[in-house]
Design a protein around this ligand. Structure first.
Ligand SMILES: [Zn+2]
Length: 230
C-alpha cells in the first residue's frame, strides 16, 4: 500500500510536469485489501492528491461478494463527491447495480466477453448457457428486448448451433450481445438516477435478475486464475 502511495505521488508529479495534464485524466488508486483500517488510510492519502478521479483497486480478485461490497462502500465514503469513482475489474450485472448504489460511477471488466466466449449470455432474468437444449428449437432471438446486432439478425437456435459446431461467429455474436447488455444496463441506470428513481430501478432489477450462484462463481474464478498462471 505504501509503495502504491509513493507511485501515486510520483505519477501525479510527472503528469503535472508533462504539459499533457489537460489532455489526459489521471486517477489515483485506493488499495488496502480487505482491511478496513488500511482502506481508510489509503483513501485519505490518495484523495490528498488532486487527481482527476479516484479508483478502487485490489477488489474482484477472489474475495467474497460480501467483502467486495463492504470495502467498496467503505472506500466510497472517503472519496470526494465531485470526482468520478472507478471500481476496477467489476463485474457482473448485479455487481454493477449494487456498486452504483454505493456511489461508483465507472467500471472496467473482461467478464462480459470472457463468459460470452464460453457461451454464457446475459438476459434480463439472468445468465443463460446457450448450449442448453431449450434453445435448440428457439426460432426467435435469445432476448427479444435486446437491440444488439446478434439479437436483431440471428435466432437463439442458430447461435446455439454456432457454438455446437465450434464456429468462431458464435463467440463473436455472444460478445456483441453481452457488451450491449452491459452498456444498456449502465445507460438505464444513468436515466434512473437522472430521473430520481434509482432505488426503484435497483429493487426491480434485483427482483428480476437471477445472479450466478456464488459457489459456482468462485470456483470458475479460481479455475480461471489458475489457468492464467496468476
Ligand atoms: Zn442481444
Amino acid at each position: 500500500m505504501e509503495r502504491t502511495h509513493r507511485w501515486a505521488q510520483a505519477c501525479y508529479d510527472t503528469h503535472a510536469r508533462s504539459g499533457q495534464s489537460g489532455r489526459q485524466a489521471l486517477f489515483g488508486i485506493v488499495q488496502g485489501g480487505t482491511v478496513p483500517e488500511l482502506r481508510r488510510q489509503s483513501a485519505q492519502y490518495i484523495t490528498g492528491i488532486p487527481f482527476d478521479g479516484y479508483a478502487i483497486g485490489g477488489l474482484a480478485v477472489g474475495e467474497t461478494k460480501a467483502e467486495m461490497h463492504d470495502v467498496t462502500g467503505l472506500v466510497c465514503e472517503g472519496l470526494p463527491t465531485d470526482r468520478p469513482r472507478y471500481l476496477m475489474g467489476v463485474g457482473s450485472p448485479e455487481d454493477l447495480v449494487n456498486s452504483v448504489a454505493l456511489g461508483v460511477d465507472m467500471f472496467d471488466c473482461v467478464l462480459p466477453t470472457r463468459v460470452a466466449r464460453n457461451g454464457a449470455l446475459f438476459t434480463p432474468t439472468g445468465r443463460v448457457s446457450i448450449a442448453n437444449r431449450r434453445f435448440a428449437e428457439q426460432d426467435a432471438p435469445l432476448d427479444d428486448t435486446c437491440d444488439c446486432y446478434a439479437c436483431g439478425n440471428y435466432t437463439a437456435a442458430y447461435l446455439r448451433h454456432l457454438f455446437k459446431a465450434g464456429e468462431m461467429l458464435g463467440p463473436r455474436l455472444a460478445s456483441i450481445h453481452n457488451l450491449r447488455f452491459i452498456l444498456r444496463l449502465m445507460s438505464d441506470m444513468r436515466s434512473a438516477i437522472a430521473e430520481r428513481r434509482f432505488a426503484a430501478f435497483r429493487a426491480n432489477f434485483l427482483d428480476t435478475y437471477q445472479p450466478t450462484d456464488e459457489g459456482r462463481r468462485q470456483a470458475q474464478k479460481h479455475r480461471w486464475i489458475e489457468e492464467r498462471g496468476a
